[in-house]
Design a protein around this ligand. Structure first.
Ligand code: UDP
Ligand code: MG
Length: 312
């Protein structure tokens, strides 16, 4: 591999990854085919030794930078903080736990040199990823692509290379809950996917708890689609139609036949319950979007950096 003249940035979000960082760093150094590079670790409010390790590494190597959040803000924000600081001609984001093999980096860079602006990776299914995570992830991408106008490739992870111009546009986006996977697909440019095998987590355990996963999943849908609102209108319309038809039927039976339409508690109760339920559901969905607008209007920062190796 010939050394490149361009600068490569690598962004690593890290939440309690003390044991993984040194191992990852060695592998990264071996796999970045460029003399000029920077590795930006974003400590997302870790409670272990992560920040100290980063500070020490920084002392030994100028190419290493760190940002440290004032608390745990989440993986997506850690990525954005890193993107905002990256100065490379190409920026690669990779997980700290070695599940994204650094050995794939030369391939990402090769594709970039071939003229692609966005080189994303496609996780190939294998045993290293838990059964449940695999299944739910597949199902989720199907749902996401059905509900939204962007089609996020199945198995796309936050392991990718972005050209500098793409990063600049991303950094200008004021959107709050930025679902990077969807946003990047939506951006266009020349994109290509590279398959890779997920590895086992090197040390520690996944901090993507069920609730964090659900939050990310819901954000993916609501930040790209107003389909839930549309479904709410359709459901509302259908229930109204049903009620109207039933009313016609009752009137018809009363006037033109001698049959008595069942006049029980049951029918009343059932319709009250169904309509009540549907209304609450629709209000809930409306509320969700109202909440998003509320959060967006407050213009709070997405994350707070408490310490960093950058000057300003
Ligand atoms: N991560 C983070 N903040 C969080 C959770 C995770 O920065 O709140 C980082 C974590 O250190 C790792 C990456 O995001 O580098 C992926 O997290 P994890 O391995 O826990 O998720 P999984 O691989 O199970 O999806
Ligand atoms: Mg992981």
């Amino acid at each position: 591999m010939t050394a490149l003249n361009t600068k490569i940035s690598v962004i690593v979000p890290a939440y309690n990854e003390a044991e993984n960082i040194p191992v990852l760093l060695e592998k990264l150094k071996k796999n970045i085919p460029s003399k000029s590079y920077e590795i930006i670790f974003v400590d997302d409010g870790s409670t272990d030794d992560t920040l100290n390790i980063l500070k020490n590494l920084r002392k030994q190597n100028d190419c290493i930078h760190y940002l440290s959040f004032s608390r745990n803000f989440g993986h997506q924000y850690a990525l954005r903080a890193g993107l905002a600081k990256a100065t490379g001609d190409a920026v690669i984001s990779i997980d700290a736990d070695l599940q994204h093999p650094p050995e794939v980096i030369p391939q990402l860079i090769q594709k970039w040199q071939d003229g692609y602006d966005i080189v994303y990776t496609l996780r190939q299914e294998n045993k290293n990823q838990g059964f449940l995570k695999r299944k739910t992830s597949n199902l989720y991408y199907k749902l996401l692509n059905f509900m939204t106008s962007v089609s996020v490739p199945k198995g796309a992870a936050d392991f990718r290379l972005l050209d500098k111009k793409v990063v600049q546009i991303l950094n200008k986006s004021p959107e709050r809950d930025l679902f990077l996977r969807g946003y990047i697909t939506w951006m266009g440019f020349k994109q290509i996917g590279i398959p890779y095998q997920v590895a086992k987590r090197h040390a520690g355990k996944s901090s993507y708890t069920l609730s964090k996963m659900i939050r990310l999943a819901w954000m993916g849908i609501t930040s790209f689609s107003i389909m839930p609102l549309r479904i709410a209108s359709v459901v509302g319309f259908l229930t109204t139609l049903l009620g109207f038809l039933y009313a016609c039927y009752v009137v018809y039976m009363k006037i033109f036949t001698n049959h008595f339409v069942v006049t029980g508690w049951t029918s009343v109760l059932v319709s009250v319950l169904i309509i009540g339920g549907v209304q609450l559901m629709i209000m809930g969905i409306l509320g969700e979007y109202l909440g998003l607008i509320y959060l967006e209007t407050k213009k709070r920062p997405n994350y707070i950096i408490q310490e960093s190796s950058f000057k300003e």
